[in-house]
Design a binder for this molecule. Structure first.
Ligand code: WTA
Length: 647
């Protein structure tokens, strides 16, 4: 597809906060000329400070940057209380259950429930400021109450996606040193109950966690195991707690939450976000990128277990005072028209989802959008992986009726919010292109030695100035933080944040993301490290060597491809099921591989380094163009190719 350009819809631009590229450049130039002044202006306008900050940006401990030092605020005030005077009755959360029931939760009701939950956590479970609380929750309003209740009392939440296994959950509980786990008996998916509490039980059964209580929300009322003394029933206790709980004044740099994510090495890392910078950018990016206002109804289909759910289901929309939709189910149940039916019924104005979901909905129900009135939609968004032009086109034409801007938002768990994205009222859009950095964000495509790449050349995508919502550290491992994100900084001659993604800029300055340049795999928008998967496979007694690579996948974007060398004398006839069961147990179903093949050896250099590039080519059935003469055993390549073809 040629790079056609789609100018913003003029009707939309008229009302938009940023309504032209001139307006965009005015903002960006303001940031370039006076970076701190730019951020000071927005921090003063957007945040309700309980006491003023001293410095906008403290770079003295770089790359451990501090923003709005010593200022005081509270995120639950920012998201709830400060809206009560003007919009107590406005719907804050519109919840739709898997089976179709709808609940409108007003800002006033949200306030009451969050206050009650905050009191429950403090009084019943002894949670205090700075304590870590792990959430292992379905997509129900109580998850939002729990997040905001933690923020209210200064506890640090760490949400673990409900698809992770007991082992993965335990690792995260232990690493965070959590005192309390909040979970649910389970919830509903595709019309049937599924369970979560049993996973928490298994996670806490062994190991050495500091967990003293488990708060259980009863959602599907299925039978569950109950540990007397440890387990507490939310439904029984909540009514006994007052709807008034004064919020804790928090400092700007106090941690707000941890969220574990995968890197190219080692175990998942606890990305630590802080209070002021995070909430400021959550709100600003919400306002700029989705341009929410008035009675808009914003629906982000992510799970709260991922960063997208944190920033664009809960914190961003509520800080911006908008109505956020929370959906328990899946968009393909009862049929592939479910999402569009919801858009029609609720008159959703902004819809934000992942390319994988768009590809599934396209494949399963190409004509479904035409059966519904989708005219309420104004902005469509995508996130999490590169979107391919055919999916983009269907989304634009069939879902957006060729009148909605598509904002292809590039960002990461570590960035806290959008970094590169079109602005719907300003940016002429090129399909499947993240376009320009948002105002205040300084992105560059550079070489590994720090020199900027020429137009049209793929390089490393970096952010060259600290920004308010950036990761502050990796929980308990500051060295890893420096190493993972800033280790090439010295090469660049300045502290530069390395994203791990590749990108290319065209002559007009448009940035297109080309995908990860490190050993991170992106399956349906879920990040997984090859090292993490290899470590699990290596635990198996029969495995001598393993290498994991990504293979392009029509729907999932990428899938996992595993090469295994068995130990001498070991025969495994059912290696695929065996290894996948292990991966499901140790990480979760999302880590299951599509391909697992047994090979006689791996392509290695004489110094023993595995040549993953060759393995990636073989997985794709590509011709090997790399020089293989330097391999320890060049003949291995042919033998692996033969096995891969037969598999
Ligand atoms: C990828 C999700 C292409 C990228 C918010 C990044 C994208 C990783 C896009 C972060 C996009 C995210 N186009 N690729 N618009 N958005 N990615 O931490 O590889 O779960 O590094 O955060 O997703 O994934 P994470």
């Amino acid at each position: 597809m040629t790079r056609e350009i789609f100018p913003p819809n003029p009707n939309f631009s008229q009302e938009a906060r940023v309504n032209s590229m001139d307006a965009y450049w005015r903002l960006q130039n303001q940031a370039l000329e006076d970076y701190e002044g730019f951020w000071r202006g927005f921090a003063d306008e957007k945040i309700e400070w309980l006491s003023p900050y001293e410095k906008v940006l403290d770079e003295s401990k770089a790359p451990f940057y501090e923003w709005f030092t010593k200022g005081q605020l509270n995120v639950s005030n920012q998201c709830i209380d400060r809206h009560l005077a003007t919009q107590a009755d406005k719907t804050a959360i519109l919840f739709e259950g898997d089976r179709g029931e709808v609940e409108h939760i007003s800002y006033a009701q949200l306030s009451q429930r969050v206050n009650q939950m905050a009191n429950l956590l403090k009084e019943e479970l002894g949670v205090a400021k700075g304590d870590r609380v792990v959430l292992y929750m379905p997509m129900i309003p109580e998850s939002a109450y729990a997040m905001l209740a933690c923020a209210r009392i200064g506890a640090i939440h760490s949400i673990v996606f409900g698809g992770f296994s007991a082992e993965a959950l335990r690792d995260r509980i232990e690493d965070a040193g959590a005192k309390v786990v909040i979970t649910a008996d389970g919830a509903y998916r595709k019309g049937k109950p599924y369970m979560l509490k049993s996973v928490v039980d298994n996670a806490l059964e062994s190991g050495s966690t500091a967990v003293s209580s488990v708060l259980v929300v009863k959602r599907n009322h299925e039978e569950i195991n109950w540990v007397e003394g440890r387990d507490k029933c939310y439904n029984d206790l909540i009514a006994h707690h007052s709807t008034v709980c004064p919020f804790e004044p928090m400092e700007s740099e106090d941690p707000l939450f941890l969220l574990y994510t995968s890197g190219s090495t080692g175990k998942p890392k606890g990305v630590q976000h802080t209070t002021a910078g995070y909430i400021l950018w959550a709100q600003m990016s919400m306002e700029w990128v989705f341009d929410v206002k008035g009675d808009d109804l914003f629906w982000c289909t992510a799970d709260i277990g991922w960063i997208t759910g944190h920033t664009y289901i809960i914190y961003g929309p509520l800080a911006a005072g908008t109505t956020t939709v929370m959906f328990e189910g899946v968009p393909t149940y009862p049929d592939a028209g479910r999402a569009w039916k919801m858009v029609e019924e609720h008159k959703i104005t902004q819809f934000y989802t992942a390319p994988t979901a768009i590809r599934v909905l396209h494949k399963m129900g190409e004509d479904e959008p035409s059966k519904y009135d989708l005219s309420s939609l104004k902005v469509l968004g995508t996130v999490g992986e590169p979107i391919d032009p055919p999916a983009w086109k269907w989304y634009y034409e069939s879902v957006g009726g060729s009148h909605c801007a598509i904002v292809d938002t590039w960002w990461q768990t570590e960035t806290g919010g959008h970094m590169i994205s079109p602005l719907p009222g300003a940016t002429p859009i090129k399909p499947a292109c993240a376009t320009f950095p948002l105002p205040g964000i300084m992105a560059e495509v550079i070489d590994s030695d720090g020199t900027p790449k020429a137009v049209g050349e793929t390089g490393l995508l970096c952010i060259t100035k600290p920004w308010p919502s950036m990761i502050r550290t990796i929980w308990g491992d500051p060295e890893r933080y420096t190493k993972a994100y800033f280790s090439d900084a010295t090469k660049a001659g300045r502290p530069v944040y390395f994203s791990g993604d590749g990108a290319v800029r065209d002559e007009a300055g448009y940035i297109t993301i080309t995908g990860r340049v490190d050993d991170v795999i992106n399956v349906s928008g879920h990040r997984m490290g090859t090292a993490e998967i290899e470590a699990v496979v290596n635990e198996d007694d029969s495995v001598a060597e393993v290498a994991v690579v990504a293979r392009p996948h029509e729907i999932k974007g990428e899938s996992i491809f595993i090469y295994i060398v068995l130990k001498e004398g070991h025969i495994n006839t059912d290696i695929k099921n065996h290894i996948n069961a292990l991966l499901a147990q140790e990480i979760g179903n999302i880590a299951k591989a599509d391909h697992i093949i047994e090979v006689p050896g791996l392509p290695k250099t004489r110094s023993g380094k595995i040549m993953r590039r060759i393995l990636r080519s073989i997985a794709k059935h590509e011709e090997i163009t790399q020089d293989i003469s330097t391999l320890e055993d060049p003949s291995i390549v042919k033998r692996i190719e033969t096995t891969a073809r037969e598999a």
